[in-house]
Design a protein around this ligand. Structure first.
Ligand code: SF4
Length: 426
């Protein structure tokens, strides 16, 4: 991901960022399938990988065996890895079998993994070949969910990048439209739709859509808001289609949500007074819900290990709306362009770190003795054993946390481990 220096403020450029490259503790991009397969309801995700990949995705998604899941793994055996059989022929057979059994599938993603990348299996050519074969009833796309030099939220970014070319091209004189980019639970989408409707902003589309047949048109009159901070490559692909990014805080908490909605309101020339009248009830509800959680969180210190790329946005929310003390905010990649507003809102004293050298970071964490650590699952158990409360960062991607009506629940996710430990201590 590249940084656009022109879009960063002087304050941010002056802010030191600790950059580390060493051993990392992160999940791979296959994890994104867990929430993506629930969203795009006629899509299927076929991982081309090993038994490890199959195990990861099966246990993360926790699907019951008698359900018809919308993901699976085409397992590459040792002889495939040794190049003894033509993996392409086997893949074609697996896809043919799958599509003949499941006529409900309209969009098939071939998802690359570490093993498929190691043997250099060209999934883009496979997707092209299979798309031709199964067109027009099924489109076949591909992306990589491999864990080689990636972190788990990059899986969604890669998936959405693959989906952008599938969007019809909007004419240059098409009316302005708003695109919300990033997988949101349906209930959160509905809450945002109601707000945009009340504001008088429309048409509004969500990307990815709930159904692959309804991918919206994208063109120069498409203005887009990112719902997640980890969609840098998707933002770039949309900009290449001429769409305009609306920079804003991410919609976490009362402040973040107001700022995010305001970016859209300004882009659509919504009068200030009307904007304030529409957002006031939701913002007040959010503030009341946050006040209830503040008693558990205010004054408590927090340390973020790099995992989801949501860390700077969540840190801003916790520090400004819940008075938590930030010690270190680690993120796997710091996209200064997308996080420009977030970085301006972070206290100057906090250590921002990018990348990871896990042992050194653990040393810093132990020395700081934070009240709460946000980290991947691999680090959580050892830290709990040492008496440090933890929150799995992956939960923040799985749970409804966006917008006014989820602000209290988002704060609650951080308050719960502290409360649990205080009860255990009694
Ligand atoms: S893609 Fe790589 S990191 Fe992910 S489960 Fe498969 S082997 Fe492991």
């Amino acid at each position: 991901m590249s940084d656009a220096a022109t879009l960063t403020s002087p304050a941010q450029e002056a802010r030191p960022v600790l950059r580390e490259r060493g051993q990392r503790e992160v999940f791979c991009g296959l994890t994104g399938i867990v929430w993506l397969h629930r969203k795009i309801q006629d899509a299927f995700f076929l991982v081309v990988g090993s038994r490890t990949c199959a195990h990861l995705i099966q246990s993360a998604a926790g699907v019951m065996v008698f359900a018809e899941p919308r993901f699976a793994t085409a397992i590459m055996e040792e002889r495939d890895l040794a190049g003894l059989v033509d993996a392409n022929e086997e893949l074609d057979r697996v896809v043919d079998r799958l599509l003949s059994r499941r006529p409900d599938i309209k969009l098939l993603f071939l998802v690359g993994s570490c093993p498929s990348e190691v043997i250099k299996l060209d999934l883009s050519r496979a997707a092209e070949r299979l798309s031709k074969k199964h067109s027009p009833s099924v489109r076949v796309l591909n992306y990589s969910g491999s864990g080689i030099e990636t972190t788990f939220t990059q899986g969604e970014d890669a998936c959405l990048v693959a989906l952008v070319p599938e969007a019809p091209v909007a004419a240059d004189d098409a009316p302005a439209s708003l695109l919300i980019v990033g997988t949101l639970p349906d209930i959160v989408e509905d809450q945002f739709s109601r707000l945009f409707n009340q504001l008088g902003i429309g048409p509004v589309h969500f990307f990815p859509p709930r159904n692959s047949q309804s991918i919206p048109e994208i063109g120069p009159n498409t203005k887009f808001l990112l719902a997640q901070p980890f969609l840098g490559e998707t933002a770039r692909a949309l900009a290449e289609r001429g769409a305009q990014h609306l920079p804003a805080l991410f919609p976490f908490g009362a402040e973040g949500t107001t700022h995010w909605l305001k970016a859209a309101a300004d882009a659509f020339d919504i009068p200030e007074l009307h904007f304030l009248a529409v957002v006031a009830p939701g913002r007040e509800r959010a503030k009341r819900a946050l006040d209830a959680q503040k008693q558990h969180l205010a004054g408590k210190s927090i340390f973020f290990f790099p995992d989801s790329q949501m860390e700077p946005s969540l840190a801003r929310f916790l520090s400004r709306e819940l008075d938590m003390k930030l010690i270190e905010v680690g993120t796997p990649y710091l996209n200064r362009q997308l996080l420009s507003a977030e970085m301006d809102y972070l206290p100057a004293t906090v250590t921002l770190s990018e990348g990871q050298d896990v042992d050194r970071q653990l040393d810093r964490c132990r020395a700081a003795k934070p009240d709460l650590v946000v980290c991947g699952m691999g680090l959580a158990n050892p830290l709990e054993m040492e008496g440090i409360s933890t929150k799995w960062s992956i939960e923040l991607v799985f749970s409804p946390v966006h917008g006014f009506d989820c602000a209290g629940d988002l704060a609650g996710l951080f308050a719960r481990p502290l409360y649990r430990r205080s009860v255990l201590r009694v």
